[in-house]
Write a protein that binds this ligand. Structure first.
Ligand SMILES: NC(=O)c1ccc[n+]([C@@H]2O[C@H](COP(=O)([O-])OP(=O)(O)OC[C@H]3O[C@@H](n4cnc5c(N)ncnc54)[C@H](OP(=O)(O)O)[C@@H]3O)[C@@H](O)[C@H]2O)c1
Length: 283
């Protein structure tokens, strides 16, 4: 059995749907990953072969003012899961982020590149990566710019704003790969089924800026919105973000045979599914 922790979150719900009978989901109502007692009890009772940890404190700007919560959930909590997995001989799969990098490299990041987080969120996720290694059977999957059906995300924000405004300013100096949670979930399952261990990067292929992503969303959704450029400095968010954090996924493809589709195709797939589901009332 594969235990998904954080099963009610954006990635967790898509993972649960793809895993079907192989999956068992728990979230904050059943397990608190910041409590060693809770983790040992729940994981010990369920005895999974694999634990996929999607639970996290994902409010990147909120982490700057809630440092202790960030470090406890994203760092220590992963260590508790690693202890429980080590006791059972289970594999721990930890979902991590491009925000462990500082964005100064200028070419896609490979798994061996030295992390250098710019934010508390990035630091706390890096602590989680290190704590996952407390058990020898671990897999760290770094991803980025997620959107999916079951969470607040950039695509849904743009679609809503696109019906309210005919002009928007969106940052054009942060580069990365928008990634559909369904594609990431497939990559994670492929890594597990291929027996992979260690660190992997997994994201949709090709890259763009947030500004380019916004333009693509409006084009695909047939919304006539003018998207102006703005800089990260002008946006002035509490947490610093890497300016270039594209992830090189060569190792994922080589070791699993799973090749994530281009981000624009993934966006088309997401919007098509969204339209179908809205039409049949199941969105
Ligand atoms: N979203 C992105 O763009 C992005 C990019 C790169 C990496 N990631 C990583 O991908 C993973 C999944 O992200 P996501 O966007 O799917 O996250 P999400 O939607 O925020 O889901 C996280 C889930 O974890 C739960 N949770 C929080 N604290 C917990 C605790 N102490 N014990 C148990 N469960 C707890 C949350 O419950 P509540 O909602 O009740 O708090 C929520 O259901 C995370 O590791 C994240 O760091 C995300």
């Amino acid at each position: 059995m594969i235990l998904v922790v954080g099963a009610n979150g954006m990635l967790g719900r898509d993972l649960m749907a793809l895993l079907g009978d192989r999956g068992h989901g728990v979230d904050i109502a059943e397990i608190d990953i910041t409590s060693l007692e809770s983790v040992l009890r729940v994981v010990g009772n369920l005895k999974p072969e694999v634990v996929i940890n999607c639970a996290a404190y994902t409010d990147v700007d909120g982490c700057e003012s809630n440092v202790e919560t960030a470090m406890t959930v994203n760092g220590e909590g992963v260590g508790y899961l690693a202890m429980a997995c080590r006791d059972l001989g289970a594999l721990l799969v930890q979902i991590s982020t491009d925000y462990v990098f500082d964005g100064g490299k200028g070419t896609p990041y490979v798994e061996d590149d030295a992390p250098c987080p710019l934010s508390i969120y990035g630091e706390s996720k890096l602590a989680g990566e290190m704590n996952a290694a407390f058990t020898p059977e671990h897999l760290v999957v770094r991803t980025q710019w997620l959107y999916g059906r079951y969470g607040k995300n950039f695509v849904e924000t743009m679609l809503r704003m696109g019906t309210e405004k005919d002009e928007l300013s969106v940052v054009d100096d942060q580069i990365g790969s928008p990634t559909w949670t369904v594609d990431l979930a497939q990559a994670v399952i492929a890594l597990i089924d291929s027996g992979c261990r260690g660190i992997y990067h997994a994201a949709n292929s090709e890259y763009c800026s947030w500004n380019g992503f916004a333009k693509a969303i409006f084009e695909e959704a047939d919304l006539n919105v003018s998207v102006k450029p703005m800089t990260t400095t002008e946006l002035n968010r509490p947490a610093r973000r890497p300016l270039y954090s594209t992830l090189d996924c060569t190792k994922l493809v080589a070791d699993t045979g799973f090749r994530p589709q281009e981000w624009r195709k993934a966006l088309q797939g997401y919007l098509m599914l969204r339209t179908e589901r809205i039409n049949d009332g199941t969105w």
